[in-house]
Design a protein around this ligand. Structure first.
Ligand code: 4AD
Ligand code: MG
Length: 462
């Protein structure tokens, strides 16, 4: 391999007589007799300093080496006499691959607001912050696969287009090939969707869980890691209409095994990012959240608090805090409550378990009290809910009666019920919101800034 990415060039052990570097100009400084051009190629946060002596390139070309231009530099890698960098590239030849008109290129050498950068999401990966973000995103995905593979999990692919709403929250985006006005003609006794591509209503999946359960009851331990879609019209900094979710599912496992796995996974992902992206994490610790490093160290070192929902409600009531949403047994925890538990009360991640059945989906295992289910949410400081999961209801009759209670059509889930008829077994799993993890590990407070091209209500650009 040529070892010509800027990361490799900057990590060189010794001078190199001939190097070919390619990248985008970050800045150019002209001095008497020479120019410095800083280029970045996305391989690392650092720039390569290129020294262009007068006469090496025609003045007209030099003038076009503007911020944003793509260039190729042939030269000699020499020790840099100036401070700040070990090496610099003494150019012998420079080629302009793609110019960037300085009057029009929106990324100039100054700090831009997150809002401004969202509007130019096609260019923001070229900034230090977003370059760092998307490298961390990549490394975090790798950490998920590595950790789960080491634990004996198989990576399975569950459908994106589905006929069932796993969470029962009615947040499905419809998938259709019908004309926008509906089918031409609906025959007597047929429903609207009989003319549609699948002959029935279809949507984008909100979770791969139901299918992952089927695979777990065959392969033992599986996980999905893919995009999920929710048409919730919640315009919050923590909800996106398209987000990525990691969903492990284990056979022969209970709620405690599930909590252990979630805690270990979160810690392993965090450690992996700190170990493999130190410079990128440092950037967020310096410019985004001064307390990031101690917060991440605390997360890795501490044992997550674990407590039943009932106790969480008591603690919140006694906290003396004024909440926007009232705290009462039976009410779902809101972000303000979740953050209070993590940030004020326990000062570390908290796993709340055994929620009232009325605020959780049909598939969660009913506890012996008949009122609560074997659910768990992992809450983390600053973000709130990072993970939602449960032990699953493996008993056919109990599951059927829960479906009746929640008004689900059992016929549509015949396969899900079948798995309880043939070799049913205790099993458990959860979903970890990948963007929420990235918010936690970088300190970034808006979900729109941790995914390259966010999908939120009324935003579909790019
Ligand atoms: O708690 P949720 O809704 O759980 C499920 O979907 C289960 N079927 C998962 C399972 O047990 N296999 O979602 C899981 C996680 C949440 O804790 C949150 O981190 C994230 O997914 N999440 C979202 N992230 C971004 N935008 C949204 N609109 C999200 N909705 C959920
Ligand atoms: Mg949830």
């Amino acid at each position: 391999m040529k070892k010509d990415r800027i990361k490799e060039i900057l990590d060189s052990e010794s001078p190199r007589p001939s190097v070919l570097a390619k990248g985008w100009v970050r800045t150019r400084r002209d001095a008497k007799g020479f120019s410095f051009v800083e280029i970045n190629d996305g391989s690392c946060p650092r720039n390569l300093q290129v020294l262009v002596d007068e006469g090496v390139v025609p003045a007209e070309l030099l003038g076009q080496l503007d911020t944003g231009a793509a260039i190729e530099v042939q030269g000699e890698l020499v020790a840099s006499p100036g401070g700040g960098q070990k090496w610099e590239l003494k150019a012998t030849n420079v080629r302009l691959l793609g110019p960037a008109d300085p009057a029009a290129y929106p990324l100039q050498k100054k700090r831009h607001s997150d809002e401004f950068l969202r509007d130019i999401a096609h260019l923001r990966p070229r900034t230090n912050k977003y370059g760092a973000m998307f490298r961390i995103r990549s490394e975090s995905s790798f950490a998920v696969h590595r950790f789960l593979r080491e634990r004996g999990f198989y990576y399975v692919h569950t459908p994106i287009i589905t006929g069932s709403d796993c969470e029962g929250a009615g947040a499905l985006f419809r998938v259709t090939t019908l004309p926008p006005t509906g089918p031409e003609e609906i025959k007597e006794g047929e429903n609207f969707f009989s003319e549609d591509f699948f002959g029935r209503e279809a949507g984008l999946t909100v979770s791969g869980q139901l299918e992952a359960e089927l695979l777990a009851l065959a392969l033992g331990r599986v996980y999905t890691f893919g995009p999920t879609f929710r048409a919730e019209n919640s315009n919050t900094p923590r909800h996106a209409a398209e987000f990525w979710m990691i969903e492990p599912e284990m056979a022969f496992a209970d709620l405690e095994d599930n909590m252990d796995l979630a805690e270990d996974l979160i810690k392993a992902m965090t450690s992996h990012v700190i170990e493999h992206c130190p410079a990128d994490v440092e950037l967020f610790a310096r410019f985004v959240d001064k307390d990031l490093r101690p917060a991440l160290d605390n997360l890795i070192q501490s044992e997550f608090a674990r407590l039943p929902y009932r106790e969480a409600i008591e603690i919140l009531k006694k906290s003396g805090r004024e909440f926007e949403y009232p705290v009462a047994f039976g009410a779902d925890l809101q972000t303000e409550h979740e953050r209070c538990l993590c940030e004020d009360v326990f000062k570390k991640p908290v796993i709340v378990h055994d929620y009232p059945k009325a605020i959780k989906p049909f598939y969660m295992r009913l506890n012996d009290d008949g009122q609560t289910v074997a659910a768990m949410d992992v809450l983390v400081p600053r973000v709130g809910e990072l993970v939602g999961g449960s032990q699953r209801e493996e008993r056919l009759e109990v599951l059927e009666s829960r479906m009746d209670e929640t008004g689900l059509k059992k016929e549509a889930y015949w396969w899900y019920l079948d798995i309880r008829r043939f070799g049913t077994a205790p099993h458990a799993g959860f979903g970890l919101g990948f963007e929420r993890f990235l918010m936690m590990v970088t300190g970034v407070t808006n979900i729109r800034d941790v995914i390259p091209f966010p999908r939120t209500p009324r935003h579909l650009e790019f």
